[in-house]
Design a binder for this molecule. Structure first.
Ligand code: JFZ
Length: 445
């Protein structure tokens, strides 16, 4: 009794401190997932994400001394000295940036999560870091943390918030030159080694996982920095397992890509689509034009049709698509990109059921007319090549019940004939969706 009374004030004070700590740091408390597959499910269910490359390189917009093919590798490719490149920070003033507008565009495109560059190879932090002065908050006239606004808008609108983080760093002199990009410059430090760089990397990851609420995924990038080094050695150099352990400890639901040198949660085929369903979760990343960061001369946009058919192909193999755009330095999105993404979103509004939350095709070989995705008892037949006979053959017989057009709000049944080797659906004489006409096949056993 006595003891209780005298400890009460201390205990209340302790509680207040714990509570305040939780509020101020935006720390996340999560019950850990019960299994790897439970952890991956929400990420895989989203199927379609938006990659965003935004940084100092957006200021020159790909142009330097008459050449116009640069983007986020600007500093390295132009061989610009660090002191000169760093001056772009003083021109980085995206007064048109509006996180709500960006996330509205994300929603309109049908993408369910974003992955934005917290730090690219140039080492410039696009968020409020305390470990470096070279950041958007410290070093630009804007004096603003875009990740804070974006995380809040994502949270409000139910959009996943993911982060890209580059291991190679052309600004931090502790990043060892000998493992770095071809022709490392930016004051290589002959005594640098990863053991000195890792505390900085870990410190930034700690910031990113405690300042912005739940982080959907971490997309570590290793590009070019470990060429010719085995993945075991790379994992050792990057302290991969301890970085991953720390992420798991801070945010057990945050999924991690495979570029630290160990497998982690998902693989990241870049600008190619695996042939057929994969055993491991994967996410294909693809720029909407030919550059990841903003390039004002690049008008080689992929059409809505190309994007949708790519998404359908990847989904039928059980993967995600991370489609990239490079916002402009003034905070606006390239208008062409917004237009294309809006058209993609229009298709998904009608046909999203055949993409989100679905799994890979149950068939080993893909049909000549298109792709198949699945959600429980429903098979989604994505008809890309409309058969001129208007007869669609599906090599499925088990429990086939009913077929209808996904776009048909009345869900009128299409007539079917079954044979030993499969089912033939009579397609209605309509003008098919030139991108992808989806037929739902109910297969209740
Ligand atoms: C990296 C970056 O260098 C690039 O700037 C961009 O951010 C992109 C998304 O990722 O580039 C890569 C990374 C991996 C491969 C190719 C380019 N790869 O595995 O083939």
């Amino acid at each position: 009794m006595k003891l209780n009374r005298c400890f009460a004030p201390f205990i209340s004070l302790l509680l207040i401190i714990i509570l305040l700590n939780g509020c101020c740091t935006n720390r996340v408390r999560q019950t850990p997932p019960a299994s790897e597959s439970q952890k991956m499910k929400p990420f895989q269910d989203m199927r379609f994400g938006m990659f965003i490359h935004w940084g100092l390189y957006s200021v020159p917009a790909g142009e330097w001394k008459g050449q116009t093919d640069y983007a986020e590798w600007f500093q390295l490719e132009t061989k610009m000295p660090l002191a000169e490149y760093a001056k772009f920070a003083h021109q980085f003033d995206p007064t048109n940036f509006d996180a709500n507008q960006w996330i509205k565009m994300v929603k309109d495109s049908g993408t369910k999560y974003i992955v934005i560059t917290a730090k690219h190879h140039d080492g410039f932090a696009m968020y409020d870091t305390k470990l470096e002065n070279y950041s958007v908050v410290n070093d630009t006239p804007w004096y603003h943390d875009p990740l804070k606004d974006l995380a809040a808008a994502c949270k409000r609108d139910g959009v996943g918030f993911g982060l890209y983080y580059s291991l190679p760093d052309r600004h931090n002199t502790n990043f060892p030159a000998q493992y770095s990009q071809r022709h490392f410059h930016g004051d290589p430090n002959p005594n640098a080694d990863h053991d000195q760089y890792i505390p900085y990397l870990k410190g930034q990851i700690h910031e990113l996982l405690t300042q912005y609420g739940p982080v959907t995924c971490l997309w570590f990038d290793d590009r070019g920095s470990f060429e010719g080094i085995s993945s075991e050695k790379r994992a050792e150099l990057t302290h991969a397992q301890s970085v991953i352990d720390e992420v798991h400890q801070l945010q057990p639901w945050c999924v991690i890509d495979d570029r630290l040198g160990v497998g982690a949660d998902y693989t990241t085929p870049e600008q190619w689509i695996p042939a057929g369903p994969q055993a491991k979760p994967f996410e294909v990343c693809m720029p909407l034009n030919d550059h990841w960061g903003y390039n004002k001369a690049d008008h080689d946009w992929k059409s809505p049709k190309v994007v949708i058919q790519m998404l359908v192909n990847i989904t039928s193999e059980g993967g995600n698509l991370l489609l990239d755009i490079g916002p402009m330095a003034d905070g606006n999105m390239p208008p062409e990109a917004v237009k294309i993404l809006g058209q993609v979103g229009g298709w998904l509004k009608v046909n999203g059921e055949s993409i989100y939350g679905t799994t890979a095709s149950p068939l080993r070989t893909r049909p000549s007319w298109g792709y198949i995705t699945q959600n429980g008892d429903k098979l989604y037949l994505h008809v890309l090549n409309w058969p001129s006979s208007c007869q669609l053959f599906v090599p499925v017989t088990n429990g086939v019940k009913r077929a209808y057009l996904l776009a048909d709000s009345k869900q009128e049944a299409l007539s079917m004939t079954s044979a030993a080797d499969g089912t033939t659906i009579a397609l209605p004489s309509l003008t098919p969706d030139p991108i992808d006409t989806v037929i739902v096949l109910n297969t209740k056993p």
